[in-house]
Design a protein around this ligand. Structure first.
Ligand SMILES: [Zn+2]
Length: 167
């Protein structure tokens, strides 16, 4: 399976040059030599919404993208990984909390960012154990009241919080 993104310049099959070509209703990179077409797959990310009363758990990003800003715990799915298991894994990695996914909030596509389109799956979760401590790519982790949120890192963070407010 090819996983080329917008920046690919050469064909993964023959090394020929890529040029835009209209294929199945969309302009896609295609090889000028062997006609191989690059279909860009979305990268799938999960985010976790864990509340304590009316406060929401956020993590401060220690790396780009969004370094220094706050986001929901989450990250990209590994190939073949169950989305709910990915949500539990990411929450544990970033906050050391054991969580259980309780509800699917929504799924949406985001504008292409950082090497490809992204499909975001937002889950609500409940804490089952662990003690809050930032780790992995989180510089800090804390609960915030919805009317006193810190600077947010991503559009997906804002969107998920908006969905939660309306629920
Ligand atoms: Zn080719």
């Amino acid at each position: 399976m090819s996983h080329s993104h917008g920046e690919a310049r050469f064909c993964v099959r023959c090394g020929g040059g890529l040029a835009p070509r209209r294929v199945e209703g969309k302009t896609r990179p295609a090889c000028v030599v062997c006609r191989y077409v690059v279909f860009e797959d979305p990268k799938v990310a999960v985010v976790v919404m864990l509340t304590d009363g009316d406060r929401l758990l956020l993590v401060k990003r220690s790396r780009e993208p969004g370094k220094g800003h706050w986001a929901l715990p989450g990250g990209f799915l590994d190939s073949g990984e169950d989305p709910r298991e990915a949500a539990v894994r990411e929450a544990l990695e970033e906050t050391r909390l054991d969580v259980e996914v309780t509800e699917l909030i929504d799924i949406w596509a985001e504008a292409p960012a950082l090497g490809g389109a992204t499909l975001v799956i937002a889950f609500r979760a409940a804490q089952r154990g662990g003690e809050l401590r930032a780790s992995d790519d989180a510089a800090d982790a804390a609960f915030f009241a919805l009317d006193a949120l810190p600077p947010l890192a991503f559009e997906s963070t804002r969107r998920a919080i908006e969905l939660m407010r309306r629920a």
